[in-house]
Ligand binder design. Sequence first.
Ligand code: HMG
Ligand code: MG
Length: 317
Amino acid sequence: MTIKYPQKVIINEVGPRDGLQNEDQTITLEDKINLVNLLVKSGLKSIEAGSFVSPKWVPQMADSLELIHALKLHNDNDVTFSALVPNLKGLASAVKSRVPRIAIFASASETFSKKNINCSIEESLDRFTEVVLEAQQHNLQIRGYVSCAFGCPYEGEINIKNVVFVCEKLLQLGCYEVAISDTNGVGTPEQTKLIIEELSESLPIDKIAMHMHDTRGRAIENIQIALSYGISSIDASVAGLGGCPYAPGSSGNVATEDVVNLLNDLGIEHGINLQKLISTGNLISKILKRKNSANILQQAKAPFQGLLPIDSDNTDA
Ligand code: HMG
Ligand code: MG
């Protein structure tokens, strides 16, 4: 296979949603607004800020309407905010918030689908058909996720054909791209190659994005493989925040800092100021009283550690 790294990569920052949805402690609206504004200042252009799901299921996202309102008031630049939408009720809130992009999320695992959105895969695709038709009336961009593409926390192995099926369906519905999601972070480099090769039999590579949780510490290797196939849309979460409340034992998404570091190593453009991003990751980690889990901050001799102490105030971010 010929390696064809993209010249430029778009990083979809999912920390404010995928990260904060999984925190036990409450984070104030003010801290969320500050976090997203700092991410914008770091140069991120695609930010998933919240979700319009049931607050009984995910209480941490209950203030998404207020958050997105506030962000839109303060950001008139070329950043695209998005929010998860599971059904028509969620779409009505998204429309009210005036968020320009929504994300719908189906699964390649029946059990995960039931646990996460309380319906089968087929029912979810029917629901998302209605959501997409309505969203198109409001000129919203629509992104898709296919969860459990690399394995399921309940079922274990997942047939690759289910992944391809759900991915194709989401694209047929009208998603501009689908994020192939390693929900519980179990994917291996071999599996990453297999999935991408299988998907690219029927789909253009520019319709595929990667959403890799880092439970087993292999997300960066897997992302490098995806890049080598020309994939240029990568999800990441500042400071490696988060996980999914309905995927027990899963850790956060790959740290944005580590993806930027990888892109720097490969000479791929990304438009992000790593120093500001590290400061932002340190700040939110401090607020959440957790360790910043970006790997570039864990290495004893990493230059960034001396430059930006993990407990710094980061007021200049
Ligand atoms: P349900 O209980 O079957 O819904 O939940 P329902 O239609 O029967 O309604 C029950 C109640 O919820 C009603 O209220 C509805 O109004 C309300 P009540 O009459 O009892 O007071 N309700 C809502 N409220 C606000 N917003 C809504 C909404 N919908 C219904 N949109 C539902 C079905 C889909 C709503 C629920 O299962 C849910 O919200 N699930 C979301 C779970 C979630 O957010 N998971 C984490 C995000 S996915 C993820 O992290 C994976 C991803 O990162 C990719 C990867 O890593 O794999 C994307
Ligand atoms: Mg996720």
